[in-house]
Design a protein around this ligand. Structure first.
Ligand SMILES: Nc1nc2c(c(=O)[nH]1)N[C@H]1C(S)=C(S)[C@@H](COP(=O)(O)O)O[C@H]1N2
Ligand SMILES: [Mo]
Length: 408
């Protein structure tokens, strides 16, 4: 692309003779200025090298894209062929500043209040550990994963594919806890979990608190987890205790959970009432719109991403069905004209886990658009397109998630 013919130059403009040189001299700020002359709004300031925030300093810097101090995304190429996402590569997303590390100094002493059951009770993690235990592999994915592909410029973190990972969660089945406390109270329709952050002063708590309600149909799979990937759950990911709702979008997996209540209605916290709701572009969030609960079927290619060699190429990716097991994944190396079924790789860790897949494909020299399309066991297949919506949630269209690879 050449900007030259469109730039309106003044007589003293240093770029008069050579616009490329002008851009070099001014760096990216100059390039931005040139772009805005064309009528585009620059998306971001010049890229500065960012470092990990303190609460996530233990993460693998090179595997992450740092969007902000509260939002870090896994690089598309950092997933590899693994079933389980290494903890130090997993994305991070905080709506509020993370609580201090000290909350996990004595993890067994952390308390959670269980309400809306026959016998409400406050329990420590130490006590929970005596009530039952299970390990579940589940995909943790932010509702806005794929937001960057929406052309209307949905506000929020511009996640591509990396606000997701597959994690082993260990803890007590919520059902075991509820049964021990006499079962849910009459009329309970939702499970409402409250995050343990200290709320900022001077703001209405309802507008900032992380409190989420999910339907009681999630009770049989939900757990209160104290371990992630076989290690004590780090505060970064919700330690000492997290409510995990397998197959549900990230936001429902409440970190540092301090209250779990069986309720007749959904919480009126903003994050539930108007946040995380699917609505048309330009429309405000409201309680009657669909809430981000069960995830939909989705997949994406993780390698190759840019370049391939003429001949045989191993194409890798990951796929999952949300709360439904996967049936198959197909891959196309011609942008969706023709498809071949990929092979699942590694052990099947259950319906909530993702499945890495691989397809060996012979590629001719030239550009290839590589896309993948997953189908779950109930016959739901990823659509080709996306459903535009105000906040850019739930994108599982296969077309946008493809990669263009130059083969030589
Ligand atoms: N207490 C609490 N729980 C929370 C959040 C939060 O800010 N506070 N963020 C939610 C959102 S929007 C997502 S996507 C996931 C991110 O989990 P992670 O940071 O462990 O990757 O946590 C969810 N649970
Ligand atoms: Mo999220």
């Amino acid at each position: 692309m050449t900007l030259t013919p469109h730039i309106q130059r003044g007589p003293n403009d240093p770029g008069l003779e050579n616009p490329d040189r002008r851009r070099l001299l001014l760096g990216s700020a100059g390039a931005m200025a040139a772009v805005s002359v064309l009528g585009f709004t620059p998306l971001a300031k010049a890229e500065e090298p960012k470092s990990l925030p303190d609460f996530a300093a233990w993460k693998e810097r090179n595997a992450l894209i740092i969007h902000s101090a509260n939002t870090m995304e896994t690089e598309r190429g950092a997933i590899g062929s693994g079933v389980v996402t290494p903890s130090d590569r997993l994305f991070v997303r905080n709506n509020l500043p993370a609580p201090p590390e000290q909350i996990a100094a004595d993890p067994d002493a952390w308390e959670v209040r269980i309400e809306g059951v026959k016998n409400p009770k406050t329990l420590t993690v130490g006590e929970l550990k005596q009530m039952g235990i299970t390990t579940v592999a589940s995909v943790l994915q932010c509702s806005g994963n794929g937001r960057a592909f929406f052309p209307h410029g949905a506000s929020g973190t511009q996640w591509s594919v990396g606000a997701a990972g597959c994690v082993l969660w260990t803890g007590v089945p919520l059902k075991d806890v509820v049964d021990a406390l006499g079962g849910p109270a009459e009329g309970a329709r939702y499970i409402t979990g409250t995050g343990g952050e200290t709320l900022p002063d001077g703001l209405d708590p309802k507008t900032v608190i992380v409190e989420r309600s999910v339907p009681t149909r999630a009770m049989d799979s939900a757990l209160l987890a104290w371990e992630m990937n076989d290690e004590p759950l780090p505060v970064t990911h919700g330690g000492p205790l997290r409510m995990v709702v397998p197959g549900y979008y990230g936001v429902n997996n409440v970190k540092y959970v301090k209250n779990v209540a069986f309720t007749e209605s959904q919480t009126d916290a903003k994050i539930q009432a108007s946040g995380y709701r699917i609505r048309d572009v330009g429309v405000s969030g409201a309680p009657d719109q669909p809430s981000m609960w069960e995830m939909n079927v989705k997949s994406w290619v993780t390698a190759p991403l840019q370049r391939g060699r003429k001949g045989r190429n191993m194409i890798y990716g990951v796929a999952f069905g949300g709360t439904v097991a996967l049936d198959k994944v197909e891959v196309s190396v011609d942008g969706g004209e023709s498809w071949k079924q990929a092979r699942f790789l590694g052990p099947d860790l259950g319906p909530y886990a993702w499945r890495p897949f691989v397809l060996a494909a012979d590629l001719d020299a030239g550009e290839h658009r590589i896309v993948s399309r997953a189908t779950d066991a109930e016959g739901n297949t990823q659509p080709e397109g996306r459903t535009d919506n105000e906040r850019g949630y739930g994108h599982n269209g296969w077309k946008d998630h493809g990669v263009t690879v130059a083969v030589s």
